[in-house]
Design a protein around this ligand. Sequence first.
Ligand code: NAD
Length: 260
Amino acid sequence: MKLKDKVCIVTGAASGIGKQIALTYAREGGKVVIADINLQAAQAVVDEIQKAGGQAMAVTMDVTSESEVNAAVDKVVKAWGGVDVLVSNAGVQIVHPVEEFPFAEWKKMLAIHLDGAFLTTKACVPHMKASGRGGSIIYMGSVHSKEASVLKSAYVTAKHGLIGLCKTVSKEGGKHGIRANVICPGFVRTPLVDKQIPEQAKELGISEADVIAKVMLKETVDGEFTTVQDVAEVALLFAGFESNALTGQSLVVSHGWFMQ
Ligand code: NAD
């Protein structure tokens, strides 16, 4: 068991990629915190983990709210004594051409992806230092942390920003054993992507099948979506890699869409 009794907070873990990371960490012995804005869905993931014999708790957390983030992390530390792994994963997608992007929606995107990553990091780092064990902080980036696509100015900006945060946290955290990494998935079939398919078809004036084949998967080596398990295995690698050797690095998981 690679994460035996490690306390692992995963934001946005009620659905999609975050949920699969939570299930994988629980399978590896982690004590997993399902932190999500949707408490009911988070509780359903807890029930699933507990039914399989794992350890999990749900906390309500809107990652854009400093008070909610701090209250949730305090609750975890009171219950389980510390934090060993943070996966900052909560995210949404909003697409518009840049000149039509409503400013309020731009700010919402940056708040969820960047403020959320900052606030959860800020809340967890003191506990990782206090334990003397350090910890692992993993940001859910995207191929869009490295590459751009039309209609996604806010998302691409936010996902590129996570690389800078990761590198800085790595440098500040190094002497305390606090590591930081970014995972950069290609398209993964989750509710976030399912919502984009008809939206992009409309914006680009093409069929939904063409959005999948000619936009989302065109550059992959096999025409396949990246899977939630592909991403979860990389999240397990980073969380369980207990040296500074990989800190500050980002890893693209995209079936060859983007190669560094
Ligand atoms: P998803 O919609 O399945 O899950 C997102 C989760 O985040 C949901 O449970 C939702 O309730 C939660 N959430 C949304 N806003 C929140 C907030 N303010 N506070 C707390 N929780 C909030 O999406 P997903 O595809 O699993 O995406 C997860 C992450 O992976 C995102 O950061 C996304 O940008 C990234 N990502 C996804 C893909 C993909 O193709 N699906 C590719 C690359 C990166």
